[in-house]
Write a protein that binds this ligand. Structure first.
Ligand SMILES: *[C@@H]1O[C@H](CO)[C@@H](O)[C@H](O)[C@H]1NC(C)=O
Ligand SMILES: *[C@@H]1O[C@H](CO)[C@@H](O)[C@H](O)[C@H]1NC(C)=O
Length: 230
């Protein structure tokens, strides 16, 4: 008979999905139930893996629920990945300069086949896992890839933990440049806000790093830098 101790301990160890209990929403409750079910299933199913357990599985957490140190650890790992040279075949990703770019290049290459398609979830799940592995194995990151519950911050994104421009954020939305609304999808217009220009503050202000001098760099056409995807 399996012990219930791990089950109870694992439940107790569940980190809250949100920074403060007041911002707990129905999705957090649903996610908590799903995790509870998974733990129950694991410890009552005789065939459950003994190596992949609720203890060893990587627990994705919401950005706002991470401590400042945890946010900084993640940011530093992303900066590290972006300081390491690309491993892509230049014929596949001529613009890739860094390991970070490698992931951007793969996503660009696959874009038309992984959105609005049945493989959307599985592809992105695997892609996120591969990116997390690179952060861990190549940059010593010991946390998990966080996620962004945008619904929590939709009313005030500028002051949210992910966009507040602090050194624990994704660096804000850049310097202001005048711009009109952007048509995000047919008929859906995103109104202009206070940013739109280059990122000049926050941890990603020096990204992308300048490309190497031309003599060392036969590959033109660096792709536009995407912000790290959470
Ligand atoms: C993706 O990469 C493959 C292999 O290099 C290439 O044949 C294909 O044209 C690329 N597709 C796009 C959309 O870039
Ligand atoms: C915004 O749209 C108006 C009307 O089409 C145009 O005259 C103006 O140049 C646009 N401004 C910018 C910054 O694109």
């Amino acid at each position: 008979m399996r012990s219930w101790v791990p089950f109870v301990a694992a439940l107790a160890a569940l980190s809250p999905a949100t920074a403060s209990p007041t911002s707990m929403d129905q999705w957090d409750v649903l996610a908590g139930k799903a995790l509870g079910n998974q733990i129950l299933y694991h410890y009552t199913n005789p065939e459950a893996s003994s190596t992949c357990t609720p203890y060893t599985a990587s627990a994705r957490r919401e950005w706002g629920a991470l401590s400042k140190k945890e946010r900084r650890d993640y940011i530093d790992a992303v900066l590290c990945l972006s300081s390491k040279p690309s491993k892509s075949d230049p014929s596949f990703a001529p613009g890739a300069r860094s390991r970070y770019d490698d992931f951007v290049a793969v996503h660009i290459n696959q874009t038309m086949f992984i959105h609005s398609t049945g493989n959307f979830l599985t592809w992105h799940r695997y892609f996120t896992w591969a990116y997390e592995q690179a952060l861990r194995n190549e940059c010593g990151y010991t946390g998990s890839q966080p996620y962004w519950a945008w619904n929590k911050y939709a009313d005030d994104p500028v002051n949210s933990p992910i966009f507040d421009g602090s050194e624990y954020s994704m660096s804000g939305d850049g310097a202001f440049v005048p711009h009109n609304a952007t048509e995000a999808a047919p008929g859906i217009f995103l109104q202009p806000s206070n940013g739109g220009g280059c990122v000049k503050s926050g941890p990603f202000k020096n990204e992308p790093r300048p490309p190497p001098p031309k003599s060392q760099d036969p590959r033109p056409g660096r792709p536009k830098r995407h912000r790290p995807e959470l």
